[in-house]
Design a protein. Sequence first.
Length: 298
Amino acid sequence: MLSQTDKDFYDENGYLMVEDVVTPDQLARLQDITHRLIEDSRQVSESDERYDLDKGHGPDSPRLTRIKLPHKLDPYYWEILSQSKVTTVLTDLLGPDTVINTSKLNTKAPGGGAAVEWHQDWAFYPATNDSLLAFGLNLADVDAANGPLMVIPGSHRGPVLSHHNDGVFCGAIDPDDPLFEMDKAVTLTGKAGSMTVHHVRILHGSAPNVSDRARLILFYECAAADAWPLLGGSSYIHSLGQRGFWADLQERVITGAPCLEPRLEPVPVRLPLPPAKDNTSIFKTQMSGGARSAFSKM
């Protein structure tokens, strides 16, 4: 699906926008499932294994920061990842053997939905090589007002910046880091049905949603099968043990087959240790770790 020009742009800049990656019928079904899950959250009063609640959430006004692991909540999310144009983009960029690390549906509520402070995904889950990426499938139109993804082009080729505050991993960089060049940021807006792609090492973040519309983005975080996670990363898999890990890996294969010969590359790594007091989500990590906001200066 991607042209060589697309691939070269991604290699050079670390991000890509793919238009109309799902059909109107696929989009409508994804939207219906997502709105049903949001409706179900009205009965939830505390964040749990399915929902991260935003400030002001209640039965009369569901406000979420995230629906966790949507591909495990409804099989259609998995079908889109594994049997659609999304799959073609995945294999175009990562090769024939791929796995999913996690998924999330960021449902940034209107009128101040939480920001995601600037960070590199690589800081959370480093691996033996950096053939990892995240897809952000827009389930609603995303414009400058409702908290779009922002990236620093080319930053995936640079260092891993510190994501620590007072000696604790806080899941965000210091806005005053001299290597953080926010003036170079590119804002990724797009229509529902379009999809962003960003490299695991690129610096990115998103401002609060100040519009009267929700920002619904379905994120899939994926890896080439030969990119094996390093011990110390913030992932549940390290607690599974050898047999549990192998069983879990079978369930995470998107295309091709698992790889038993990890590819080792000279990539920069900082481990996310010691963890923040609450590291159950990026929002909780950034809050409990005392991350400073770059968006408060905007």
